[in-house]
Design a protein around this ligand. Structure first.
Ligand code: HEC
Length: 179
């Protein structure tokens, strides 16, 4: 007869689903005070991103981001350290078109999503990316439960930034460089 102790089973399940958080970081995978504070600093350091040299044209977006998107990349310095970052403008609205976005970017910009590569160990199961979603004025956007979208967003869930981006070609969590 096989006897499974309840405590053992609970322990096993917990081990499977609870990802160990790196030392000195928030307990929750995202939306905790440290991730929120980091995201705010990132915003102040990336503010001039529309002027960055490396960027795409306005290109057709796929779900869930925007009808049209524009991707920028650079390095920014936060707390004295340099981090590579990708920023994405997400445009939508009735009548939106690349021409109209060129004419009046602010009118169509609905959200700004970012991925920034943190130091090794921040999220080693997911290549140490830090995720955040801002409104065009730089406020963090919350999920429907009121949790700010900043950090290891939706780690462990089958939906959200990490799970979708983990399916990008080349196993690099990036879609824009897929062929
Ligand atoms: C259902 C899939 C999906 C989800 C969920 C998702 N993305 Fe994306 N993301 C994409 C795709 C596809 C692209 C390529 C450009 C496009 O089509 O918008 C992309 C592009 C990006 C880029 C530009 C770099 C790249 O990969 O090309 C950033 C930055 C980004 N997403 C951030 C986020 C953040 C932050 C979240 C969560 C708040 C998120 N994404 C959620 C599918 C997704």
């Amino acid at each position: 007869m096989i006897r499974i102790s309840l405590a053992g089973l609970v322990g096993l399940t917990a081990a499977l689903f609870a990802y160990p958080q790196p030392k000195g970081e928030d307990k929750k995978p995202f939306g905790g005070p440290k991730d929120v504070a980091f995201a705010r600093k990132v915003w102040t350091r990336m503010k001039n991103y529309p002027d960055w040299e490396l960027h795409s044209d306005v290109i057709k977006g796929q779900t869930p981001h925007g009808k049209w998107v524009k991707i920028y990349s650079s390095w920014i310095r936060v707390d004295g350290k340099l981090f590579p970052i990708l920023v994405k403008d997400n445009f939508r609205g009735r009548g939106v078109s690349p021409k109209r976005i060129q004419e009046d970017r602010g009118k169509w910009l609905k959200a700004v999503t970012i991925m920034l590569k943190r130091k090794p160990g921040y999220d080693k199961e997911n290549q140490d990316w830090f995720w955040a979603k801002f409104s065009p004025d730089g406020k963090l956007v919350n999920n429907p439960k009121g949790v700010p979208l900043a950090g290891r967003v939706a780690k462990g869930s089958s939906k959200g930034c990490i799970s979708c981006h983990s399916q990008a070609d080349g196993d690099d969590y990036l879609f824009s460089n897929d062929g």
